[in-house]
Design a protein around this ligand. Structure first.
Ligand code: FES
Length: 261
């Protein structure tokens, strides 16, 4: 009976459902959150200015959208250093197992939620043909791990302040913002389904493989983080946008970066 109702809803057109809960809230929040991020990130990637502050006024603080900073003077001005690198973290998020579910529902409405009618009828074909590119996720994961190292080095630079012709250790709000950003990105990356598979999920018998104990420990810890992958996905997304916004504000002189230590 329930299955018949589900099929009837699906045949009945977009949004038709027997559900009485707020099923549309999740797809709507995803559309607003992801859509807003894409608009902001595109604008900032094309903006191509106010993405860093440099000594002697401050430590070296670089926006995560522009890190690593690759400057190729022979490129046209609209090709900013951000455009040269953002495809890698962007591809990592685009092919993320969690985001796939979320944006298929929010943007393709195919279907918008469980037991809710879809526009094109029930002809789900899975991730075939054009969607085979989603299999690249594990390769984007390798790139994301490299980005974590680079962003961590940026935090170290943000702790080196100029002092009397030399250098000294210091921490500002900007340092904390960059530190929080790389921490959340690390939690997001280390909760990845592909990483879980890589460190131990593909092993049938841990005592039968080399470094089985180590792999079991890694797999257990990644599994713990993996339970909250959606949470890390959203918090790290908002934090990376905020970190860029913060650097934009201090680089343009609208805010002053408060030194704490
Ligand atoms: S599954 Fe989401 S980052 Fe890998």
């Amino acid at each position: 009976m329930m299955a018949e109702a589900v099929l009837a809803n699906r045949r009945g057109g977009l949004g038709r459902t027997e559900r009485r809960d707020l099923w549309w809230a999740g797809p709507l929040a995803t559309a607003l959150g992801l859509g807003g991020f894409v608009v902001y990130a595109t604008f900032r990637a094309l903006y191509n200015t106010d993405f860093r502050v440099v000594p002697p006024d401050s430590a070296y603080i670089l926006s995560p959208f522009y890190s690593p900073l690759i400057v190729l003077p022979w490129l046209p001005p609209w090709v900013s250093p951000a455009i040269l690198i953002l495809w890698a973290p962007g591809g990592f998020r685009l092919t993320c197992y969690y985001y796939r579910k979320a944006y298929y529902r929010a943007f393709f409405l195919d279907p918008p939620a469980c037991a809710v009618g879809e526009a094109r009828g029930h002809d789900y074909r899975g991730e075939t043909r054009l969607f085979l590119f989603q299999n690249l996720h594990r390769y984007f994961l390798y790139l994301a791990l490299i980005f974590l190292v680079i962003l961590s080095i940026d935090v170290v630079y943000a702790c080196i302040w100029p002092a009397d012709g030399g250098k000294t250790f210091g921490i500002s709000v900007g340092t904390l913002v960059l530190g929080t950003n790389v921490t959340l990105l690390t939690l997001y990356t280390f909760s990845c389904h592909s990483l879980r598979h890589l460190v131990g999920g593909n092993v049938d018998c841990f005592s039968c493989v080399a470094m089985g104990q180590l792999r079991h420990g890694l797999w257990k810890n990644v599994s713990l983080l993996n339970k909250h992958h959606m949470f890390w996905a959203w918090t790290s997304l908002f934090m990376v946008a905020f970190a860029d916004f913060y650097v934009w504000m201090i680089a343009s002189g609208r805010f002053t970066d408060l030194r704490i230590l």
